[in-house]
Structures are given as structure tokens and as C-alpha cells.
Design a protein around this ligand. Structure first.
Ligand code: R5P
Length: 283
């Protein structure tokens, strides 16, 4: 067995290699002057089970994954597993309007063509796993995020909306604290109140947990409301930290005390590693 890390997921690939005791296969990659990608697998991987690790965000990383899959196939690998730490395009998981693509299905369909199995972390909705034309599985980073938060003296874990409640519940069980979700109540035509449904945030250390932080809008609103409700410290934690545009500024201006994400998307807030959640699939 060999592990190949794409440029978007080098740290996860290195961690997996250590955990599984499987070497990293050497690759050479570069961009041509016109920005097209080039990759070559330098080790002899013929007859081997190859695990390719690559997040499919942003777009150039999708093309890199396709090229890696093809390179591995052309090299005569016996079996190809694809680990996608963050599966981009998962939020367009259905047609919201006529004429739209089901983007998650379009990308998954192509990845599945050159894979015997796919593993991804906290997909936005589990049903997207059916879009891969091969066996696909998911795992969750929530236990790892919760282990990190446990050291922060957290009193309550919140989901930013009801749909994310299971995640908050799971984290609260590991931390050993209360959980709740932020509920929107329309007071009148112009006023919406957002606050924890049942718990009091007064003087509490609160952690808000979500699958994705993109523009930071969802989290920023929740932070503001928790602070308004008297929360002492507010931590925000997510699996996939995209931090688009001025997301970080938004979170800080809202009064966030710490931003935590995993290394599914590598960045300066990747404080939690996810390889531990992926390695059991290969043991
Ligand atoms: C939405 O359903 C997701 O779970 C996240 O809440 C959302 O993607 C966060 O986006 P943003 O950071 O742009 O508010």
C-alpha cells in the first residue's frame, strides 16, 4: 500500500502514512507556463493498493485529483482508494431551480470512474455519497473538534441552526456539557431574534460548531447573538474552514474568542487533525 498526497492535502497524507505504516509514493508536479497542471508518480506502484488524498477545493485541486487518479491507473495499481478530506461542491446537492446542475453529482460521478472506494469527511449531506459510482463512505471530524474544545472549559455547545443539532449533541457528549441550537424567532416585520432555544448563555463559555465556515456570515450572526445574551467567551469550530473573503474579520468583529478548524482545508486555523478518523477504513 502507498499513499499519494495531492498538493491540497499533504499534511493529511503524511499523517495517514504514519498511522498506516504505508510509505508516501513520490510524485513530481509543476504548472506549465499556461497554468495547466503536470504530475508524475515516480515510484513503481504497479500491483499496489494506492490511497490518493486530495481535497476538491478550490477548483484546480479537482483537476489535480483527476490527473492523479489517471496516473495511478496507468501505472497499473491494483486498487485505488480516494480520500477527499473536503468534498467541494457538496452544497449544490440538488436542483434548487430549474436548469441548475446537481454539482455534487457531476463531480462525484467523475471521481468515481477511477476509484474502487471513496472516503470523505463530514459531507454537507450524507446522501451525496450515493452520487459516487463506487462505494463511498464518510467519517466525522466532530470527535476530534470536541477533544480540542474539551480543553477550553466549554459550558455549552451550540448548533447555528436546528439542522446542525446532531453535530452539537455529539460534541457535547464528548465534552460533557449542555447542547442547544440557535433559534430564529420573528418578532415583527423588521425584527428577528436569534438566541439559544432553551439554554441561558449568561456568563457561559460557548462553542458553536458547524460543518463549514465559508463567508462567516452564519457564525458571525450567532456569535453576536450569544454575546448579546451575555456569553463570556465564544469559540467557533468547524470541520471545513474555507474562510472566503473577509470571513475572519467578520468573526473577529463579532467578538469571537477563538476560531478552530480541521486540516481538511489546510490553513492557519487548522488546529485539529483528521487522519485519526480516516485511518480505520484501511486497517
Ligand atoms: C449551511 O448549511 C452550512 O452548514 C454552513 O452553515 C454554511 O455553509 C456556512 O456558510 P457561511 O459561512 O457563508 O455563512
Amino acid at each position: 500500500m502507498y499513499i499519494i498526497g495531492g498538493t491540497a492535502s499533504k499534511t493529511v497524507a503524511e499523517d495517514l502514512s504514519k498511522k498506516l505504516g504505508a510509505p508516501l509514493a513520490g510524485t513530481i508536479s509543476k504548472r506549465f507556463p499556461d497554468d495547466e497542471f503536470y504530475v508524475r508518480v515516480v515510484d513503481d506502484i504497479s500491483g499496489e493498493h494506492i490511497i490518493i488524498v486530495q481535497t476538491t477545493y478550490p477548483d484546480p485541486n479537482i483537476v489535480e485529483l483527476f490527473l492523479l487518479q489517471n496516473a495511478v491507473k496507468e501505472s497499473g495499481a491494483k486498487e485505488i482508494s480516494v480520500v477527499i478530506p473536503y468534498f467541494g461542491y457538496a452544497r449544490q446537492d440538488r436542483k434548487f431551480e430549474n436548469g441548475e446542475p446537481i454539482s455534487a453529482k457531476a463531480i462525484a460521478g467523475l471521481i468515481g470512474l477511477n476509484a474502487d472506494r471513496v472516503i470523505t469527511v463530514d459531507p454537507h449531506k450524507e446522501h451525496i455519497l450515493k452520487f459516487f459510482s463506487t462505494s463511498a463512505f464518510s467519517c466525522s471530524a466532530v470527535p476530534e473538534l470536541a477533544k480540542y474544545l474539551k480543553k477550553k472549559d466549554i459550558d455549552m455547545v451550540l448548533a447555528p441552526d436546528k439542522g446542525a443539532l446532531d453535530r452539537a449533541k455529539k460534541a457535547s457528549e464528548i465534552i460533557g456539557c449542555d447542547f442547544d441550537y440557535m433559534e430564529k424567532t420573528r418578532i415583527d416585520g423588521e425584527t428577528i431574534e436569534i438566541k439559544p432555544k432553551k439554554l441561558d448563555a449568561q456568563n457561559k463559555n460557548a462553542a458553536i460548531i458547524d460543518d463549514i465556515i465559508s463567508t462567516g456570515g452564519t457564525m458571525a450572526k450567532s456569535i453576536q447573538e450569544l454575546k448579546k445574551n451575555g456569553a463570556k467567551n465564544v469559540f467557533v469550530a468547524c470541520t471545513h474552514g474555507l474562510f472566503a473573503g473577509d470571513a475572519v474579520k467578520k468573526l473577529n468583529s463579532a467578538g469571537c474568542n477563538e476560531i478552530i478548524s480541521t486540516d481538511t482545508v489546510q490553513g492557519k486555523f487548522s488546529k485539529v487533525k483528521i487522519a485519526t478518523r480516516i485511518s480505520p477504513f484501511f486497517k
